[in-house]
Design a protein around this ligand. Structure first.
Ligand SMILES: *Cc1c(COP(=O)(O)O)cnc(C)c1O
Length: 312
């Protein structure tokens, strides 16, 4: 398969899986990670003022970049409780160029379950839960996601954008940061990250063949229920995130008594589990359960948690 066909197939599969075909959306596979999108969104969309919901590290980084381009309104923040919940019931100003959210907070283990109804342009960083659950994706005008969590190897970032929102800022935009230019070149304005796009195409095809987002969402719900049930049942552990905001992708939890840490760490390492330590800003543990993780891997962790209970 020649690369132009790979790119076209990957774009088509992304739009098909999100049910956004023939609805005015374009899919781009760009470089620079989701972190470049933090500034590219503002570069292309922020004229005067934008609204952001602050739900943790990644939102913070997005806010920091956007501040270089205009006035920012932080509509709400969960910083008061170290981002262990999703703020609700806040007002969004109507005179903003766009409203930005982070659908899943990878580090803190929270996930937006109900997005507010905002009449203007909706932008969402979906890096860590895209393709994991059914949403009405037509509610969003721009979605972006680094490939490395739910789609493929690091090195490419998916941007799904409604063309109609572009062309409204006055500033000149450098070509590499201009969505319109990338769209006009079918995401091949410069040399694309060919291997990451190829593997993303294969992953999206795998997901489609399984039954798409409805299928994987059911698996993800099972995985999350299995782990959260154990966190809640096992007296040695407690969950970090507010129950109603718990992420199905990243489960954060702590030992009730830190003196069990050495024993627990030895058990999960011996079971072949990797990377269970929480991010340093949260501590404790974080189990990431992206689309590619099978149910039996979660069972291995649950078995280890029960083994700890037997041993102490
Ligand atoms: C990982 C992650 C990012 C950063 O992605 P890069 O591709 O490393 O820039 C941004 N937002 C969220 C929600 C993430 O999980």
């Amino acid at each position: 398969m020649l690369f132009v066909a790979v790119m076209e197939k990957a774009q088509q599969l992304a739009l098909e899986l999100l049910s956004l075909e023939n609805k005015g959306y374009k899919a781009l596979f760009l470089q620079g990670g989701a972190s470049t999108q933090f500034l590219m969104v503002a570069y292309n969309l922020l004229n005067k003022k934008a609204a952001y919901l602050n739900t943790g590290t990644w939102s913070n980084k997005a806010i920091k970049e956007a501040k270089l381009f205009g006035e920012l309104v932080e509509v709400a923040s969960s910083k008061d409780k170290n981002f262990n919940y999703i703020p609700k019931g806040y007002a969004i100003p109507t005179d903003v160029d766009y409203f930005h959210t982070t659908s899943n907070n990878t580090i803190f283990g929270t996930q937006i379950k109900e997005f507010p109804n905002f009449d203007g342009v909706n932008v969402c960083d979906m890096s860590s839960d895209i393709f994991s659950r059914q949403l009405d994706f037509t509610k969003f005008d721009l979605m972006y996601a680094g490939a490395q969590k739910n789609m493929g190897p690091a090195g490419t970032t998916l941007i799904v954008i409604k063309e109609a929102i572009l062309g409204k800022v006055e500033r000149a935009i450098p070509s590499m940061l201009d969505y319109k230019i990338h769209i006009s070149k079918d995401s091949m304005f410069n040399t694309p990250a060919v291997f990451p796009v190829y593997v993303s195409m294969l992953t999206l095809q795998w997901l489609k063949d399984l039954g798409g987002i409805p299928f994987i969402e059911a698996v993800n719900n099972k995985k999350a229920a299995l782990l959260y049930n154990e966190i809640d049942r096992n007296p040695l552990f407690k969950g970090y995130a507010a129950i109603e905001d718990r992420s199905n992708m990243n489960a954060t939890f702590n030992l009730v008594d830190d003196s069990h840490k050495e024993k627990f760490d030895a058990l999960w390492v011996a079971a072949g589990i990797n990377g269970l330590n929480g991010h340093r800003s949260v501590g404790g543990y974080r189990a990431s359960m992206y689309n590619a993780l099978p149910l039996y891997s979660v069972q291995v962790l649950v078995d280890v948690m029960q083994e700890l209970e037997r041993q102490v």
